[in-house]
Design a binder for this molecule. Structure first.
Ligand code: UDP
Length: 195
């Protein structure tokens, strides 16, 4: 993947279409990819925290989510193609999943919101089986139980909405155990989907 470094973070230069093709192939081959849709706040977290920086560098793909990142890449003379947001990528991969009969697991937000989001996504993408969902308000003492439930459900896609400070380190910590091909933090996307 062609990248441009911003504060040492390698941002993908792929367009949205190229990103979707790249991920589709990875998912079909069960090659695990943790996608971070990084905005300037996350870049600043990486600048300020060595742990956050190291965590980000473990992600297989970092895409520019935010006009500030696109601007910065342009400014350093190696432009990225366009914004690739978590919300758009969620929908593009669900569309791809319709054709390929993928399964999905949704993790995060409140019980009420995640239930509504699961129902809406299932209606919109009937061929993508939602094999499980749960809320995002649990502590580290419940991590093992949550990871096991997802592992058992064995989805192709895992979307996690718990806020950038929590979701990305959580994914990085458990991705090997989860064994899910595609994992992405989607921040506030389920709130939007649920309406
Ligand atoms: N969230 C969650 N568990 C938490 C914290 C947040 O499930 O411990 C959810 C919250 O309900 C919201 C989403 O994560 O739907 C994004 O949260 P927020 O906007 O606070 O985080 P940000 O994206 O601003 O980092």
């Amino acid at each position: 993947v062609p990248t441009v470094p911003i504060y040492g973070i390698p941002f993908s230069k792929m367009s949205m279409d190229e990103t979707v093709s790249y991920l589709t192939e990875a998912i079909e081959q069960k090659r695990q990819t943790h996608v971070i849709t990084a905005n300037p706040i996350m870049v600043m977290s990486a600048v300020e925290s060595q742990d956050y920086y190291k965590m980000m560098r473990k992600a297989e793909l970092i895409v520019p989510d935010g006009a500030g990142v696109v601007w910065a890449a342009n400014y350093v003379g190696t432009p990225v193609t366009e914004r690739v947001t978590g919300f758009d990528l969620l929908h593009r991969l669900m569309q791809e999943g319709e054709k390929r009969r993928w399964t999905a697991y949704l993790l995060g937000t409140s019980q009420e919101v995640i239930e509504a989001a699961a129902e809406k996504l299932q209606l919109q993408y009937p061929q993508v089986r939602i094999v499980g969902y749960r809320d995002g308000y649990f502590g580290p003492d419940q991590d093992a139980e949550v990871v096991e439930a997802i592992r058992q459900a064995a989805p192709d896609l895992l979307f996690v909405a718990r806020g950038a400070e929590t979701q990305e380190p959580w994914i990085a910590k458990y991705k090997k155990q989860l064994g899910v091909p595609f994992i992405m933090g989607v921040g506030g996307s389920f709130d939007i989907v649920a309406g």
